[in-house]
Design a protein around this ligand. Structure first.
Ligand code: NAD
Ligand code: LMR
Length: 338
């Protein structure tokens, strides 16, 4: 009874709204990890999910047994290390938090050496077994791994740029929460669009597009501190966890929130718009093939890429810094896969 009420409460919030749920098959790769476990829990609570397959090289059957007892409608199955094909069979949405997290003193780029291979191998199987599924990449460094996955799908002859997403929702969640903390407003009323990429100065919050940020924009010191906090919010958590990893709970929330937006788009809801790091022509002229911006989600994944819109001179400066960083990150991904 309690769990059912809890599910109802969650689905009634804007983050986990149910629209016309149609029963989607979801696979989580890396389900046994710090993000994977709470993310699997939240996906179990999402009324759009019909089948939830949990895969990891370690511990997924245990997580699945645990989550499967929750009295929500979806069916949960766990898959051991040698059962990747089975875990992906029939998947429509694949969420990937598999790979190593940062420790203090590391950048996200320092994870490349390990996580690029993890992502390449998982994407290779996903492209073969579930080529039409939407692939949601949480694993870092997102800015390089989305290009890697895209090349893997291209090489397999199944690339659809509308279906590969770098999950940058945690930047949106942070910007929204930090702004609300300063203005004393409800975060639900003060959404912030965040564009660029997902690491340090490639993260560009567009506070000028949030009416409630007006007072902050007029206070240079406060504004710069807020932008810095959004860009380096991940480091705040890595330092506080002191070697025990990076953001897991807020990321699970952000991952489930983005997945819910996609589920609603797939289910036919119109006007589902949120930022994500995707293949984009917005800055192609400057040599950047992937960038986060507001996108509209629909039956085929990305239905529309929204323009960045009006921004301040300072935001334009931040965006140009981001573009320089993104070019290097994307190039690094391409080099690896070639
Ligand atoms: P974790 O170490 O707690 O969990 C990772 C899990 O991946 C482990 O259970 C591990 O067994 C599994 N794994 C490793 N290789 C695998 C493979 N080949 N196939 C399947 N599973 C595999 O780490 P975490 O804290 O959950 O973080 C995971 C990743 O998410 C990291 O790369 C981290 O940097 C990233 N992250 C991204 C964001 C974002 O905003 N996009 C936010 C937080 C963390
Ligand atoms: C985050 O933003 O919290 C994640 O990308 C994890 C990290 O390494 O900071």
């Amino acid at each position: 009874m309690f769990a059912r009420n809890a599910v109802r409460t969650l689905t009634q919030t804007r983050q986990f709204s149910s629209s016309s749920a149609r029963g989607i098959n979801v696979t989580v790769l890396g389900a046994g990890g710090g993000i994977g476990q709470p993310l699997s829990l939240l996906l179990k609570l999402d009324p759009h999910v019909k089948n939830l397959n949990l895969y990891d090289i370690r511990g997924a059957p245990g997580v699945a047994a645990d989550v499967s007892h929750i009295d929500a409608a979806s069916e949960v199955k766990g898959f051991a290390a040698d059962k990747l094909d089975e875990a992906l069979d029939g998947a429509e949405v694949i969420v990937v938090p598999a790979g190593v997290p940062r420790k203090p003193g590391m950048t996200r780029d320092d994870l490349f050496a390990t996580n690029a291979s993890v992502l390449r191998d998982l994407a290779t199987t996903a492209a073969r077994v579930a080529p039409k599924a939407n692939l949601l990449i949480i694993t870092n460094p997102v800015n390089s791994l989305v290009p890697i996955a895209s090349r893997v799908y291209e090489k397999a002859g199944v690339y659809d740029p509308r279906r590969i997403f770098g999950v940058s929702t945690l930047d949106v969640v942070r910007a929204t929460r930090f702004l609300a903390g300063l203005t004393g407003t409800d975060p639900a009323d003060t959404p912030v669009t965040v564009v660029g990429g997902h690491s340090g100065d490639t993260i560009v919050p567009l506070f000028s597009q949030s009416p409630s940020a007006k007072a902050i924009l007029g206070d240079k010191e406060k504004y710069e501190a807020l932008v810095h906090r959004v860009q380096f919010g991940g480091d705040e958590v890595v330092q506080a966890k002191a070697g025990a990893g990076s953001a897991t709970l807020s990321m699970a929330y952000a991952g489930a929130k983005f997945a819910n937006a996609l589920f609603r788009g797939i289910s036919g809801e119109k006007g589902v718009i949120t930022p994500s790091f995707v293949r984009s022509n917005l800055y192609e002229a400057q040599g950047v093939e992937y960038i986060a911006s507001n996108i509209e989600l629909g039956a085929n994944g990305v239905e529309k890429i929204h323009p960045i819109g009006p921004i301040t001179a300072r935001e334009e400066e931040l965006l140009q810094v981001a573009i320089t960083g993104l070019k290097q990150n994307i190039e690094k991904g391409y080099k690896f896969i070639e």
